[in-house]
Design a protein around this ligand. Structure first.
Ligand code: XMP
Length: 430
């Protein structure tokens, strides 16, 4: 990549990603690397304009503080040290700089140019993808989530019909979701798209299974089997496209802090299906992935959608999944999303959805006793999904949603609002 680069060396700070994002927001590309990077490795990037020595609370590893290799001071690259006393640096600070101090370091001390933007990124990646893939073919599991959609759009731009997308509809998608994948990718972007309607197959496997872990295992395992069956029908595929993003990489590989989570991808594919990976988003943070999607022409709704779990509505139709309750989840979720959008809450609330438990309660409809399901509404805000607070949804909006659910959704006679923060409740119910 030709853009100027500021390297952040992880010397035990918990703020590495914050720093990287602040630098990128100033229009300069930044990457985080381990503290023990060698001068040789640094020289492989021919465009490093500055180095941030980012110390902090995790600096002591195995009883001793970690240090950078002294050879790095000989490179003549400007350095700033943060919470890492080092007189050989051009700037020394106790805490992360404010915007002005960042600007002074990046533009005055390092003389970096603000040439990091999505247009340049897409142009670079398009070139790199073409170099990597040549005239061969790439396979991509296109779920319709933000990351896989943006990867698809990027690969379509770079290699067009050499990309084969497989969309597996597991029957647990939200209302109209699979339809919109087909509309956007097949009809508008002219992608080579294989649509697999596997709803019956998934529901069959899930019949009578009430344990949440078991449900997740079945959905994940079956997904890989369906995808693998499609892959085996195709010929001459050498690559697998993946929506790996930057946090996946740094969270699974720091040498100072404990591992946050292991990087999980479509890693469950059988060993004899040998693919090389194409991961064009692996340098981007989530908000940059969205900006990239917009720049590539994807619809706003597809790019700015709220997070949706891989097992889909399967974990919101609580207990053993039945068709009537699955429909009640799907329909009530669609109503909730419509009304949140009407009230402008879709831009304010981080995640909102409905669940339908597997028990009934007594009610009255048309002067007769009914015994039907309930819909529970959940609307939460969070920064990192580790903790969450409940959105104080306006009473009138809740009344409108309740009225619509009770009149439009079959088999439902009651609507509740979940008041529980995380912890102790998790965001999802299963
Ligand atoms: P919990 O329920 O653990 O959820 O508080 C935290 C966030 O993770 C999402 N979630 C998932 N996302 N696959 C995903 O891709 C999953 O299996 C899964 N389970 C939970 C959840 O929606 C929330 O945003």
């Amino acid at each position: 990549m030709k853009q100027d680069l500021i390297i952040i060396l992880d010397l035990g700070s918990t703020q590495n990603t914050v720093a990287a994002r602040e630098i990128r927001e100033l229009g300069v590309y930044s990457e985080i690397h381990p503290h023990d990077i060698t001068a040789e490795e640094l020289k492989l990037f021919d465009n490093v304009k500055g180095i941030v020595l980012n110390g902090g609370e995790n600096r002591i590893v195995d009883g001793a503080p970690v240090e950078i290799r002294p050879e790095l001071y000989e490179l003549g690259i400007p350095m700033i040290s943060i919470d890492y006393p080092q007189s050989r640096c051009e700037m020394q600070l106790d805490a992360l700089p404010d915007r002005d101090a960042w600007k002074r370091f990046i533009f005055e001390t390092c003389r970096a140019e603000a040439n990091w933007n999505m247009k340049n990124f897409i142009a670079d990646q398009t070139e790199l993808i073409r170099q990597q893939v040549g005239d061969r073919k790439v396979l991509l599991a296109l779920s319709g989530g933000v990351d896989s959609s943006v990867v698809a759009a990027m690969l379509i731009k770079a290699i067009g019909k050499q990309l084969v997308c497989v969309h597996v509809n597991h029957g647990l998608m939200r209302k109209d979701e699979s339809e919109s994948v087909v509309k956007v990718f097949r009809d508008e972007l002219h992608a080579n798209l294989i649509y697999v309607d596997a709803a019956e197959r998934f529901l069959g496997k899930l019949a009578g299974v009430a344990d949440p872990e078991q449900k997740r295992k079945i959905i994940g395992g079956e997904f890989i089997r369906v995808f693998e069956e499609e892959a085996r029908k195709l010929e001459g595929i050498d690559f697998l496209g993946q929506g790996t993003i930057y946090p996946d990489i740094i969270e699974s590989g720091t040498k100072t802090a404990k591992m946050v989570k292991s990087h999980h991808n479509v890693g469950g594919l059988p060993k004899d299906l040998k693919f090389e990976l194409v991961e064009p988003l692996k340098q981007l943070f989530k908000d940059e992935v969205r900006a990239c999607g917009v720049e590539l022409g994807l619809p706003h709704d597809m790019v700015y959608r709220q997070p949706f779990p891989g097992p889909g509505l399967g974990v919101r139709c609580l207990g053993a999944i039945t068709r009537d309750r699955l429909e009640a989840v799907r329909e009530s979720d669609a109503i909730l999303r419509e009304e949140f959008a009407r009230a402008g809450l879709d831009k304010k609330v981080w995640q909102y959805f409905t669940v339908v438990p597997d028990f009934k309660s007594v009610g009255m409809k048309n002067n007769a006793r009914v015994f039907e399901y309930m819909v529970i509404i959940r609307a939460i805000n969070t920064v990192d999904a580790m903790t969450a607070s409940v959105e104080k949804v306006d009473w009138d909006v809740l009344e409108t949603i309740t009225g619509r659910v009770l009149s439009e959704v079959e088999n439902v006679n009651r609507v509740c609002y979940d008041m529980s923060p995380k912890p102790p409740a998790t965001i999802e119910f299963e």
